[in-house]
Ligand binder design. Sequence first.
Ligand code: AMP
Length: 305
Amino acid sequence: MPSELRAELRDARQQGAVVGLVPTMGYLHEGHASLMRRASGECDLVVVSIFVNPLQFGADEDYDLYPRDLERDLEMAGSAGAHLVFAPTVDDIYPSRILTTVHVSEVSEGLCGSMRPGHFDGVATVVAKLFNICEPNRAYFGKKDAQQLVVIRQMTADLNFPVEIVACPTVREPDGLAMSSRNAYLSPSERIQALGLIESLRKAGELLYSGERSVDVIEGTTRSILDEHALECEYAELREASSMRPVGRFLADGEYILAVAARVSGSPAATRLIDNILFTISGEGVLVDEGILTSVASVEATSGK
Ligand code: AMP
């Protein structure tokens, strides 16, 4: 199946088609659909891969539980502009014991890299395989998985994949919760609890707009909001956005990311959710990426900044 797909896509490219790839693990939602729509606006042929990649799950993680619904996914992919869905089996991708993996150092360290040892090796390996199978001109990834995006960019550059990496904004529920296939695990009360993630990021945004530049204060406040929602914080950390390097004690001019990961405690599966905001500091000014900070924008307006 991978070889047939590769032949088909090669033909299309030889006839001048620009091929876009959207790698996913399925159980598609509007976040995935936004990547597909973007790809279909920019490419002639959009391939969506649906593969729950065992290599990126730890032994005690939710590989078996991970939600799957191929029929629904096919419908959604079609209506979001995908032309081809590649839904391989584990045997298609890993026909034998795999002896080669891709390890991207430094940018994969800390954050999810520490909490989920081996996770980014699994991600980089499967994405490298998908790039080799599909040979896309462009590949689309969500900014929601910010560290993953940096890992993929680094791998693409380091291994000379002739693929343009396109980063797409995080799509949120109307109340701000970042869309995720794992949101399906949440009970109604956990769904409310999960809003602590966006609230912690909004609060950090307010601090930034009010002029706060202390990393301890910003990270500490973010953690305490997660605490207030009884979310078990795995990390709440500021990093340099393009390199994922740790920052000093105070934020200077530059582009940063505040990344959070937390578990909804009390649930048997202890659902793990991640989110982040990207922002730029330039002199007195702060520009926070994306539309999560509506409340912050009004704070900013009323404080005359
Ligand atoms: P996943 O199926 O969770 O592995 O995600 C597949 C791709 O969709 C990744 O590039 C994710 O970053 C992206 N993605 C997942 N959730 C969202 C979201 N809420 N908004 C935008 N992109 C997303």
